[in-house]
Design a protein around this ligand. Sequence first.
Ligand SMILES: Cc1cc2nc3c(=O)[nH]c(=O)nc-3n(C[C@H](O)[C@H](O)[C@H](O)COP(=O)(O)O)c2cc1C
Length: 196
Amino acid sequence: MKTILYVGWALSLIDLTDILEVILILIIYAHPYPEKSLVNQAMLERVSSNPDIVIRSLYDLYPDFNIDVEAEQRAVDQAQLLVLQHPMYWYSSPPLLKLWIDKVFTHGWAYGKGSVALKDKSLLWAVTTGGEHDHFQIGDHPGFSVLAQPLHATAIYCNMRWLNPVVVHGAYAAAPDSLHSQIEHYYARLASWKED
Ligand SMILES: Cc1cc2nc3c(=O)[nH]c(=O)nc-3n(C[C@H](O)[C@H](O)[C@H](O)COP(=O)(O)O)c2cc1C
């Protein structure tokens, strides 16, 4: 079976069966305009040198929003760490990621009696924002402990281990040094996620 995977900065055709045994970290990437991305693209380029990582770019795989649920569940089955990476859109995710969760996290697989597919896997939310860090301080706009609640609750409901989110702030205006260090932090978190 040939499945389009997003590997680093190039779209490649890879036989999924070749990598079934080696996926430790699965990044589900949801950027509606991947070719226009700066920050998420830089993050993927940085982490793609980690051989444990497989990236699935939802908007490249499913431009028609017709998600192949079985293929997605097979990919998740192989991973120990599931990363949901996307730009923040209206304090939430782009719509295809929400649809992906709705479709892929099925009753009897993700939750419900006897469901073990996600049990003890880790979930990491990796999100980029236009807003700077202080935009999200409580009292101004809701902070990340609030914004993360739907995903955090989903992780708990599916018996997953919730990791502290990675947030890359200031996508438009941050100084290059700041973006660079935030992206390095993302790389380091993925390299050492088992210690979280
Ligand atoms: C439709 C839309 C909604 C957005 N909503 C938010 C938001 O709620 N909060 C925020 O900080 N940034 C928001 N942004 C800014 C994006 O998060 C930002 O463009 C993105 O993180 C940059 O990443 P990229 O270079 O990979 O595209 C929004 C952008 C768009 C286009």
